[in-house]
Design a protein around this ligand. Structure first.
Ligand SMILES: N[C@@H](CCC(=O)N[C@@H](CS)C(=O)NCC(=O)O)C(=O)O
Length: 180
């Protein structure tokens, strides 16, 4: 019985990054599924105890609690219909981040940290897979970012399949597509 408990929803990009890390490294963990769409993060008692902010991912490692927020470009795709000006601002920031990835982070090797995948790839990879559920793609086919995304997917293999099943199901069901 693993002592590590992970609170997550695979529709959340930071959660997928954590699950990808655990799966790819074959670290045993107990899943505590928290449905964001059903508001479970607001009600789950154990989550409230280990993270008063009630955000996921959150971890209980035998009494050691962790629920850190990375400082990272966070595309706010869910706000696109509500606030077009904010959406444009976020798109601008994201496109700038993509340009930096192309010209700097992916200029030295196949992955962000060099020739093999590392934890540095997981968070940005999951931020961009979030956009697969929309019709907004901020990088060109065949660009360095596009090729890196395909490399990450292939390199992660079964860990990718497991962590992205809900995303791929949501894509199939046409969630979040613009109505126009
Ligand atoms: N700490 C996380 C972010 C945590 C976070 O904001 N998670 C979102 C899901 S993507 C959440 O729990 N939202 C619920 C809420 O804010 O009420 C990180 O690594 O960036």
């Amino acid at each position: 019985m693993p002592e590590l408990r992970i609170f997550y929803d695979l529709l959340s990009q930071p959660c997928r990054a954590v699950v990808l890390f655990l799966e790819a490294n074959k670290i045993p963990y107990e899943s505590v599924l928290i449905s964001l769409t059903e508001g479970a993060h607001k009600k789950n008692e154990d989550l409230g105890k280990l993270n008063p902010r009630r955000t996921i991912p959150a971890m209980d490692d035998n009494g050691f609690y962790l629920s850190e927020r990375y400082k990272f470009a966070r595309p706010k795709v869910f706000s696109l219909p509500e606030d077009p000006a904010k959406a444009e601002e976020c798109k601008g920031k994201l496109e700038k981040a993509i340009t930096t990835c192309e010209s700097y982070f992916l200029s030295r090797g196949k992955y962000i940290g060099g020739d093999d995948i590392s934890v540095a790839d997981l968070k940005p990879f999951c931020e961009l897979t979030q956009l697969w559920m929309t019709d907004y793609k901020p990088y060109q086919d065949g660009s360095k970012v596009d090729v890196w995304m395909k490399n990450c997917k292939e390199r992660l293999g079964p860990a990718y399949d497991k962590a992205h099943k809900p995303v791929n199901d949501a894509i199939e069901q046409g969630w979040f597509k613009s109505k126009s």
